[in-house]
Design a protein around this ligand. Structure first.
Ligand code: FES
Ligand code: FE2
Length: 338
């Protein structure tokens, strides 16, 4: 399925200030900046004059100034200044502007010609007062592999041994896998608290937890206590930057409580950064290994990944990404040792 015309996040709203930002979306290098009114603008990151990257330039009065000869472009891609000549208005866009908008703490862009339906995919709404912080990262892997990794509990005993779970201290859980309007969700119950350090530090009694994927690229994990109050919600927007290159924007949310937000962030952020590094390492080695086997005769390996019953979401995520919908989906309830 071609999802390049969907809304994809290209920058954190709070990170886009008076400097331009570079990003890549579906292989297209882009420059993101704010116009004079503060609205986000997105243009291809290449000056039409001698092809300098505009993201290396400066924002002047809400327009992007090329770092090479100083040509200026407005958010519609029109050249408004050619230094060295008397002012000449340029009415024709020399650069094709992208559709852009701002929502949920992110700047979004679309490579389509029309505003995409549906709107930017929103995080799960919460009733409580929240503390929020953001992280962003780049990983050399596919959207499919990263999404599955993020939502899969069965790698945590090995890749994050001791931090999230211990292989020696598995617990029985029941999982209910069901379809969403635009994705798939697994709901887990009967896991009291996870055996790892992070859970022991930050969670009280756990009620239920959810892992969900929603098109085009939102992966979320949500933990609630026995009263149904939020313990933790991590929303990760995964963006295909280029072939085999992924950009990640993660919004980490806890219910506002006694500990101040800055303190929670100071403790949680380095831990999440560690988890992210561990996942990045395994995902990149998986991608590199796929490359290594790309030309190897099929006699020595299988082409398709081998799914197990523990792969609760992965096969459905693969389907959603390939076809834009679930096919032959059946709800499932099963118990596991997690
Ligand atoms: S390359 Fe951009 S102004 Fe010359
Ligand atoms: Fe992980």
């Amino acid at each position: 399925m071609n999802t390049s015309s969907a809304w994809w996040p290209v920058a954190l709203s709070h990170a886009l200030r008076d400097q331009p930002l570079a990003c890549t979306l579906h292989g297209v290098p882009l420059v993101v900046f704010r116009d004079a009114a503060g609205a986000a603008a997105v243009l291809p990151d290449r000056c039409p004059h001698r092809f300098a990257p505009l993201s290396a330039g400066k924002v002047r009065d809400g327009q992007i100034q090329c770092p090479y000869h100083g040509w200026r472009f407005d958010p519609q891609g029109r050249c408004t200044q050619l230094p060295g000549r008397p002012q000449q208005a340029c009415t024709q866009p020399l650069l094709q502007p992208l559709l852009s908008c701002e929502a949920h703490g992110l700047v979004w862009a679309s490579l389509g010609a029309e505003p995409p339906q549906p709107p930017p995919v929103a995080p799960a709404p919460q009733e409580q007062a929240l503390d929020i912080f953001w992280m962003s990262d780049r990983v050399r892997c596919t959207l499919q592999d990263a999404t599955e990794n993020f939502l899969d509990g069965f790698h945590t005993h090995f890749v994050h041994a001791g931090w999230i779970r211990h292989d020696r201290k598995r617990q029985q859980i029941s999982a209910w896998v069901h379809a969403l309007a635009d994705g798939v969700e697994a709901q887990y119950s009967e896991e009291t608290t996870q055996s790892g350090l992070i859970s022991r530090l930050f969670e009280g009694e756990r009620g239920i937890s959810m892992g969900r994927f929603r098109l085009p690229g939102l992966a979320e994990i949500e933990y609630r206590d026995r009263q149904g109050r939020l313990n933790l919600l991590v929303s990760a927007w995964l963006v295909p930057a280029a072939e085999g290159e992924l950009r990640l924007f993660a919004r980490i949310v806890t219910a506002r409580g006694r500990a101040p937000g800055w303190l929670k962030r100071a403790v949680l952020q380095p831990m999440f950064a560690l988890i992210l590094r561990q996942d990045r390492r395994i995902l990149q080695s998986v991608s590199a290994n796929q490359q290594r086997f790309a030309q190897v005769p099929l006699r020595w390996h299988r082409q398709a990944p081998l799914d197990s019953p523990q792969d609760l979401l992965g096969p459905w995520i693969r389907q959603l990404l390939a076809h834009g919908q679930l096919q032959g989906f059946e709800e499932r309830r099963e118990t596991f040792l997690l």
